[in-house]
Every structure is written in C-alpha cells, then in structure tokens.
Ligand binder design. Structure first.
Ligand SMILES: [Zn+2]
Length: 301
C-alpha cells in the first residue's frame, strides 16, 4: 500500500499547506480520501493520474474536507473523462454538488454515482476480490465517518522446491494456491501444506479524521498496519479539543496503543502551530512508532 498525503492541515488552505486530502494506492485502486480545497492542484503536482481515481471517500461535510470536490468533478468533465465515478459520502453531499452543477448548467459527461452514508455503525461500503472498505463511525460536531481499507487474504504461495520434488503437474498450481490437495503424476494425493506456504498477512489502513477521543473505534481498527489519526491540538490546547470534537496528539497515540496498530500517522494539525515535531514528541510519550503526515509525503506499508 502506498499513501500519498496531498494535504494534512485543518481549516484553511495557505501558501504552503493544504486541507485534508490523500490518495491510497491499494491492489491497483487509487482511492481519494477527502477532497479539501486545492486537491486537484496537489494531484497534478504529485503526478497522480486523474482517470485512475474511480472512488472518492468523503469523511464529513466540513469545508476543509470537501470544498475541492465540485472543482475536481468539473475538471474531470473538461478533460473528457469517460470512466464512472463513485462518491461515498454523508447524505447531503449529493444535494450540494447537484445544485452547483444545475445552476452552472454543466452536467458531467461521465456517470457520477453518489453512495450516501447515514449509518452510525460500521458498514461495508465497497468490496471486490482483493479489497474491502468499511466505515469507521467517528465522534465529531457533524455526522462523520473514517474509513478502513483492508486487503483480503490472498492466495497461498507455492514452495517450488517441494512442488517439483512431489512431481505435480503445472495444471494443478492454481488449485494449490487456492488451498486444495492435488494428485501428483503418480496419482498420489499430496497434502496442500506439504507444498505451499501461507498467504502473506493482509494489510489494512485506517483513516480517522475528524474525531474527539473515541475508544469505540478501537475494535474496528484493531491491529491495523497503519492508522492516520487526527491530532488537531497539542496538550497545551487540550481544553479546545473536547468542545470542538477534535483530538490531541496524546489522545491519538492512546487510540493507537489500545488498538495495537503497527504505525501511527498524525495529521489535521491546527494552523496555529509552526513546529510539527512537538506533535511527535507528545505522541511518543504513549506510543513509539509515530510518523508526521506532511503535504507531499508518501508512506509505504
Ligand atoms: Zn471537521
């Protein structure tokens, strides 16, 4: 998996920082997660192919998470997009976007589908042979979901030395990868475990922004490979976190520890802070493996 951070600050776009947007590359998909103002410029800057984005996931309808969307939809049209586009977002987004297109009399020339979310419990919202996406209900001032992107367990690996030793016909390799016992050339049944190795452990990425400290999300994101958790505030402004329903770096780290994730990525910083290292230092008092999101940074896991 490869995570491209396009923007990771809260509130307003500024000269050198952008509001929330990221692109996750997973099993040949490019998933766009949130679409703050300036997202299409960031996509161009980081050479991400527009037409490979088929699914957009919007966490909530605060402007710093979706004000770039109507512009992106319009640019797709101007570029002659033909591929379908699916937008998974809280109910209400369709009304906003359709009104803007209606008043501009500029409908898309590609199919645009809105998958409106209303559930307050975690639900499966996308699935194919290799990937699943689930919502992560968050605790924010308005209806908000994070998203859990999970690889499905893949095929077993062939232990080629063992396969050749057992003299198994190549026609059976596919069945072996799927876990079946198969006959060798002498007609004897070979146990699958004798000639294959377990499939690699599936990876997962949890995106949690925006949210107050919320232990209810721990079981949903348990053992994730990487967790992006918002940390809008440092401890010295902890009093602001509860009323605005945001988190501090220490709270983000506490969730990471409780959920036993491998890696924590912090982001959604308030624009009042100049030194991001302080977020890392505070989080590392609770949880060791902490990285700071920064616009343009790429994480691979
Ligand atoms: Zn918000």
């Amino acid at each position: 998996m490869k995570l491209n951070i396009l923007g990771c600050y809260s509130a307003t776009p500024r000269t050198f920082t952008n509001p929330t947007s990221q692109v996750l590359e997973i099993k040949n998909h490019l998933f766009l997660i949130d679409c703050g103002e300036g997202t299409q410029v960031q996509l161009r800057k980081h050479k991400i192919k527009f037409n490979r984005i088929k699914h957009i996931f919007i966490s909530h309808l605060h402007g710093d998470h979706f004000f770039g969307l109507v512009g992106l939809i319009s640019t797709f049209r101007l570029l002659g997009r033909e591929a379908d586009l699916y937008i998974h977002a809280p109910k209400g987004l369709k009304e906003v976007i359709v009104l803007q297109m209606k008043l501009a009399q500029s409908w898309t020339n590609y199919n645009l589908y809105f998958h409106e979310l209303t559930s307050t419990s975690s639900e499966l919202i996308f699935e194919d042979e290799k990937v699943e996406v689930h919502t992560i209900p968050l605790d924010h001032r308005i209806y908000t979901n994070g998203f859990l992107f999970k690889e499905k367990i893949g095929e077993r690996k062939l232990d080629m030395n063992a396969v050749l030793n057992e003299d198994i016909d190549v026609a059976y390799y596919r069945k072996l990868k799927q876990g079946a016992d198969v006959p060798n050339k002498k007609g004897e049944i070979v146990k699958n475990q004798m000639v294959t190795l377990p499939a690699p452990q599936p990876k997962s990425y949890a995106f949690c922004s925006d949210t107050a400290y919320n232990e209810a999300l721990v079981p949903i994101i348990k053992n994730a490979t990487a967790l992006y958790h918002e940390s809008t505030f440092l401890e010295k402004h902890a009093k602001l976190a509860a009323p605005t329903k945001h988190s501090t770096a220490v709270q983000a780290a506490t969730i990471a520890k409780l959920a036993n994730v491998e890696q924590l990525i912090l982001g959604h910083y308030s624009t009042r802070y100049d030194n991001l290292q302080d977020f890392k230092i505070e989080a590392q008092t609770i949880f060791n493996n902490v990285e700071l999101a920064e616009d343009g940074k790429v994480f691979e896991f």
